[in-house]
Write a protein that binds this ligand. Structure first.
Ligand code: NDP
Length: 494
């Protein structure tokens, strides 16, 4: 039974997308409150940055332990707020734990001071580079993976020595609150990780609240607003946005594996994954065979709000109309539904849908659908597949099933490629995660993800006075002549 209730004054209500039940009420933090939170974070951040990498790593390890022991409880909160199946929520938490472990362990190696070569002209110097935390990082997260995605920034920002102010999506504040409370258990001394809740205006307030960096994950449209809000204060930004990822299936591919992977990439989490596949390009020689395998596999997956369903409901109500429009306009333009379709949409439950013969300029091919839909298109060869896969402003990820996988990966314009498997790169903590073009810029995860939350500081120390004194007004014409000679010797032969 649906029991939508109004929110209390100054608060907003969160409802289970499956049942409609009220699952929590949270404050809408004002701009002044957000600013106060950032000020508290600055003090906490100075303390946190003063700890050694090892000391911070120990706290992050203990945080990981809390998450692992209380995973079922956290999965319950994720399920209530997003509607995703409990087992998918557990999987999301499991993947997050690997990242926490990696960031804690590798921060000293990646960010600790290291020697740099000086070159001949500066041989009298010792050069080192180290990384310093920015201070306070504002993390703005989405609702679709409310643990894995924001922690992809939070864990790396904390490991680098920053304090974090986290603004979760207004659909998943309870998950954010759970994480912040769990972290406070292991770091009770100072509010190193804090929460602000509210709608988009709270996120906008965070961008202008004096933070030293923003890590944003969400849609491209919102990323542009965030970038504009960061511009007046020159606040740096890492932006992880949406995608329109493609699966490429070559004539020599293992079709069973490719069909299984494409079904998962397109339908898992009800298609609400930034790296979810939305388009499949298949070599014409294996097109029919692949399609029948894909339809058979995807046809067995059922969406619903009951515990037996493999796909949950669409979390964001208004997304259902976007999914319906993409299906209907594809059909109006000559496409055919071979599985699911808009007739099978009931409330916010969308059954797995496969479309064929869809023109390449239809919204189902050009815009992010963010639902359990796939367009499947026959191509003459993999050159055409690459060309079509690249014909989008997005550039997040791609999946390739081909013996020429490595070569094709090099031709794809995107930040991440999975060869012969699916959703593999985010499960490898040492691999940077992010895209190009409309999919954003900067990286989370891996060494690049740690460096994203720290700035390089170069130090050059003079060990002894150089025979050639260059940076002095006492420099002589003889020195200039010598420099000219050395320059010619070193570089003139090129
Ligand atoms: P949105 O862009 O709507 O929102 C993302 C976050 O930004 C939310 O916390 C939102 O708050 C906040 N926000 C909204 N308006 C503003 C503003 N003006 N200033 C600052 N913050 C603001 O995305 P969704 O939450 O709907 O997430 C889905 C999108 O995220 C999809 O496009 C998906 O592809 C992308 N995504 C990308 C990922 C990646 O790593 N590349 C990973 C996961 C998702 P509120 O919810 O309260 O409005």
């Amino acid at each position: 039974m649906t029991t939508i209730q109004p929110a209390r004054a100054g608060e907003f209500a969160v409802h289970d997308p499956g049942s409609g039940d009220l699952v929590g009420q949270y404050p809408v933090h004002t701009a002044a409150q957000v600013r106060d939170t950032v000020e508290r974070a600055r003090i906490a951040g100075a303390w946190w940055a003063g700890l050694s990498y090892q000391a911070r790593g120990q706290r992050l390890d203990r945080f990981r332990g809390v998450l692992a022991r209380r995973a079922a409880q956290l999965a319950g909160v994720i399920h209530d707020e997003t509607g995703k199946p409990h087992s998918d929520a557990m999987l999301e938490i499991a993947l997050t734990l690997d990242h926490l472990a990696w960031a804690a362990k590798n921060a000293p190696k990646v960010l600790g001071p290291r020697r740099a070569r000086t070159g001949l002209m500066m041989a009298n110097h010792v050069a080192t580079v180290g990384y310093k935390p920015y201070g306070v990082v504002g993390v703005i997260g989405p609702w679709n993976y409310p643990v894995f995605t924001p922690l992809g920034s939070i864990a790396y920002a904390l490991a680098a020595g920053n304090a974090v102010v986290f603004k979760p999506s207004e659909l998943t504040p309870g998950t954010g609150a759970w994480l912040v409370e769990a972290f406070a258990q292991v770091v009770p001394e100072h509010p190193v990780l804090q929460l602000v809740t509210g709608d988009g205006s709270t996120g906008a307030a965070l961008c202008g609240a004096g933070v030293d960096k923003i890590a944003f994950t969400g849609s491209t449209a919102t990323a542009k607003k965030v970038m504009a809000a960061c511009a007046p204060t020159l606040t740096p930004l890492v932006a992880e946005c949406g995608g329109k990822d493609a699966v490429l299936v070559d004539a020599d591919a293992d079709l069973d594996a490719a069909a299984d992977a494409a079904a998962w990439a397109g339908m898992a989490n009800a298609g609400q994954s930034c790296i979810g596949a939305e388009r499949v390009y298949v070599h014409e020689r294996v097109y029919e065979s692949f399609l029948s395998k894909l339809v058979a596999i995807a046809g067995k997956a059922r969406a619903g709000s009951d515990p037996g369903a493999q796909l949950g409901p669409i979390t964001l109500d208004r997304q259902v109309e976007i999914i319906r429009r993409h299906i209907d306009t594809a059909v109006a333009a000559g496409g055919r539904v071979v599985l699911g379709g808009s007739d099978t949409i009931s409330g916010n439950v969308v059954q797995p849908t496969i479309l064929v013969d869809v023109p390449e300029d239809a919204p189902a091919v050009t815009e992010e659908t963010f639902g359990p839909t796939l367009t499947v298109t026959s191509v003459r060869d993999m050159d055409e597949a690459v060309e079509l896969a690249n014909a989008t402003g997005y550039g997040l990820g791609a999946t390739v099933f081909s013996r020429r996988g490595k070569q094709l990966a090099g031709l794809l314009r995107c930040g991440m490629v999975a060869l012969d498997s699916v959703f593999s790169y985010p499960r490898i903590p040492s691999l940077p995660f992010g895209g190009c073009g409309d999919s954003g810029f900067g990286r989370i995860h891996g060494p690049d993800g740690l460096r994203e939350f720290a700035y390089a500081q170069s130090v050059a120390r003079q060990r002894f006075t150089a025979p050639l004194a260059l940076t002095t007004f006492a420099r002589t014409p003889k020195t200039d002549a010598l420099v000219a000679k050395v320059m010619t010797l070193l570089h003139g032969r090129h």
